[in-house]
Design a protein around this ligand. Sequence first.
Ligand code: T1G
Length: 677
Amino acid sequence: MVALKVSKSGGLVVVMLDDPPVNALGHAVRTSLRDIFQEAEADKETIAIVLGAEGKVFCAGADITEFNKPPLAPVLSELLASMDEFTKPVVAAIGGAALGGGLELVLACDARIATPKASFGLPEVKLGLLPGAGGTQRLPRLAGAVAALEMITDGDLRPAQTALEMGFIDQIVPDEDLLAAATAMAISLVKTGRRRVSTGRMDAAQWPAFEEAAKAILGKQPDATEMTAIVESIRNSFNLDFAAGCRAEQALFQELRQGERSEALRYAFFAERQSARVEGVPSRPESPVERVTVIGGGTMGAGIAMAFANAAIPATIIETDEAAAARAIERIGGIYDMSVRRGSLSVEGKATRLSCIVAQVGLDRASEADLIVEAAFEDMEVKRAIFSKLGETTRDGVTLATNTSYLDVDQIAAFSGRSKDVLGMHFFSPANVMKLVEIVRARDTDPQALARIVDVVKRLGKIPVVVGVCHGFVGNRMMARRSEQVDRMLLEGATPVQIDAVLTAFGFRMGPCAMSDLAGLDISWRMRKATGRKAPIADALCEAGRFGQKTAGGYYAYPEGSRTGVTDAGVIELMEQVSAREGVTRRALDDREVLERLIYPMIDEGARILHEGIAARSSDIDVIWLHGYNWPRGRGGPMFYAKQVGPKIVAQQLEAYSAAIGNASLRPFEGLVELLR
Ligand code: T1G
């Protein structure tokens, strides 16, 4: 039997899912399950079935790779519906994660026995879908409508104990007793008869609480089509009988499966898992990182040390003097205190993590670690002093990483005299929270050094993306193209409100003007001055002392310390003056032009980055934008979006805007269409 291990003894058939790595219910597995169930049902000697699984994951649900194609029979909903016709009980023995269709499979069984390691979830919502094999009909009938709604709309895991309290599993037993307990339950059901999830309608008494909960959830995410579908489907469990409810659920599922949003979310799921695979780099390092030293205990350094401590990897912060070292520990303590107050960390958890961090003075103390991450001031002379010292004082094979966000990593590597051990680890602020790490592969970086860093970034629970050396690497380099157009469009007549509204309507949590005000306009002003680049509007704001929230005014005004910007007539006036000075006649820009001029130049830069080999795959670029720059997940990423819009359209529009405003920098890269085909 493909992907199944089957054994028979004394009228009992034990079916073990066995399709590593996650027992996904692909076509072959579904076909085998159908065949073995039919065989067992027809076999007079068989009295009951126990369904278990090999491996740490019980079943990750439907095979997501099949969703881009029309479904092949038997589809899961049909297979599970056929189980309702059986005359013999089926008992699930769950010793790992039962997710999506995997949970729906066990809900279609007569009883569910789990171990403490088991967990349960319906994460379809994270793929822009709803459960499509009876989950929205069976779970409410077992756990109640409100509890089911919460579980299906948040898509998060529930541990076995919670599942028992919610009422959709029957028993928790130790690992070693799982099969025996499931067998005992099966035998007892042979005597008492099958237990089916009721095919009747939901108890109407639950309706008011359900409607109230549904209203709250829909209010929070009005655009998430899958949320509306989930609510509608659970509503059907009140208004339709079971079979009709399942048919309606399947129709909603197929509709969402073919939608752009789910396609983008599924793409993101696989892109995130693929980014850790790097050509020429071993998937397992010979010597994994066991302890780290972080040079600099400022905002980034402290966040980086916390990221390691949160993964129980000891971190030593190196500072220039005792006071700075004490400040670093104090800053970290303060951040953990906030988490404790918010209830996302226990007091014990804080103590454990803090015990993983020490702060010391002097670069000589750095050599104990097998990875050193430099997070000092963004100045090449500071990098030279640190890396030449580290090159002398640390042993061969210790990986030396720089957290620079734009400086030349090859040059920094040369300072150390050990360039094979040097690379970039570009964390995003706050480093203890943001999931992305852009790993910058320098000219001479040893593949083993890369393997160690890709491995340790995954152990931090973060997403590694390996990129080449260029100014701003991938993310900031593409962001620069967007910022250039922000300034240009403000010069031509757009307003900060319009630009931010267009991008938030597209799905970003914050627009570029509000984001610059939050980060501080003076940071990029300093960089422009250092590299001789101009941004007439932003430069004028900075010359007027408007650095953003920190000066109570940037693109917006922030009266009385508020953190929400309001339009400032003074800014509009200043922009009109700069336009006049620059000889630009202001005009009204429509939202489509604003959106396309914000996003298409980034896509163009992404194509250049691919062409230069700075990024290995367009999906890597998308992962960087999803996890480093809050690109809306339901849009997949800039390169994925380009494919949805059509690379030809992107190139044509860039050509058109370049001609219309006489701005050569908007001209598309000649290889764009071919590269994104
Ligand atoms: N389909 C296809 N491939 C899958 C898969 C799935 N459901 N789940 C994982 N993989 C691949 C993954 O791409 C990777 O491949 C490898 O397995 C290991 O995964 C009808 C509609 C189970 C918690 O959303 O959350 O059921 O990169 O690296 O960290 O209602 O995978 O090695 O080539 O993530 O140990 C709903 C998705 C489907 C669960 C394991 N199910 N999976 O995490 O390993 S929709 C999900 C996960 C559905 C029904 C509906 C995690 C995991 P590769 P991994 P992990």
